[in-house]
Design a protein around this ligand. Structure first.
Ligand code: SAM
Length: 263
């Protein structure tokens, strides 16, 4: 019996209901490509396979790779499952997914790299059309801004798509039990038109700089961090109060600010 590795964020799903909710949220059509990050012992993989998707599973733990190769010999042979040993953050997606192919990411991810996974897959050239991720509940709530307070992460996600919490998962649904609550977050990615895409780097930079000192007003942060812009004028033009904090503005507001800066 393999001992779960804490360092790799190994908390294996034991709840059929949670697995059902994740797969269901993925709305997989027959033959669709699904990337699963960290298949672990294959509990979710098994159901993803039943949904008729073509599953590509990336697992860092070599021991688990051997286990999965044995468990899914048939599926690997008939090419409904491709197993890749590696680190999801190093993976070159363009080598795996062809130029004209779409894909979805559906996974119970290792929580220690949640932010890195989201940032990477939203901003890469070949991004997925949908992400369904089981993650720490607090992080999912921060991304949807449940308390109406935005953050760098929530504003980054909302630039690319629409996040929605689908289902809450209790710690008892895993082995071993994680110390935190969990939730399934679905991010539907928008088709980003050229004009918006051209604002991407600027938007992300303005968001980041607006939160540089959280307690300070946003305009103060921006003035200090990005000096060659007339922030007072832009705020006035967009009818944004100069006393506002970054957490109280929406993705749309930040996009409008980026547009003005670019002019
Ligand atoms: N999918 C399984 C389940 O739901 O039971 C396991 C989920 S467990 C939370 C996370 C999995 O991701 C583990 O199997 C772990 O070994 C794997 N993992 C951790 N870091 C990884 C990385 N950087 N790249 C790919 N897989 C990773």
């Amino acid at each position: 019996m393999m001992k779960p590795k804490k360092s790799l964020g190994q908390n294996f799903l034991t709840s059929g209901k949670a697995i059902f909710e994740i797969v269901n949220a993925g709305e997989i059509k027959k033959g669709e490509i699904v990337i699963e990050i960290g298949p672990g012992k294959g509990a979710l993989t098994e159901e993803l396979l039943k949904s008729g998707g073509k599953i590509i599973a990336i697992e860092k733990d070599r021991e688990l790779i051997s286990y999965l190769e044995e468990k899914f010999t048939k599926e690997i042979k008939n090419k409904s499952l491709k197993l890749i040993e590696g680190d999801i953050l190093d993976l070159d997606i363009e080598k795996i997914i062809k130029k004209d192919e779409k894909y979805k990411i559906i996974a119970n991810i290792p929580y220690y790299i949640t932010g890195a996974i989201i940032e990477r897959f939203l901003s890469i050239k070949k991004s997925p059309e949908l992400m369904v991720l089981l993650m720490q509940k607090e992080v999912a709530e921060r991304i949807v801004a449940r308390d109406k307070k935005e953050s760098i992460l929530s504003l980054a996600v909302k630039f690319y798509g629409i996040p929605k919490i689908i289902y809450k998962v209790s710690a008892g649904s895993f082995f071993p039990k994680p110390k935190v609550g969990s939730a399934v977050l679905k991010i539907t990615l928008n088709k980003i038109h050229k004009e918006k895409k051209s604002l991407e780097a600027l938007y992300l930079n303005i968001v980041k700089k607006s939160f540089a000192h959280k307690r300070k007003m946003m305009i103060g942060n921006l003035k200090k961090e990005i000096k060659d812009t007339n922030w007072e004028e832009i705020f006035k033009k967009l009818n944004i109060k100069t006393t506002i904090r970054g957490e109280d503005l929406s993705e749309k507001d930040f996009t409008n600010i980026a547009k003005e800066v670019k002019k």
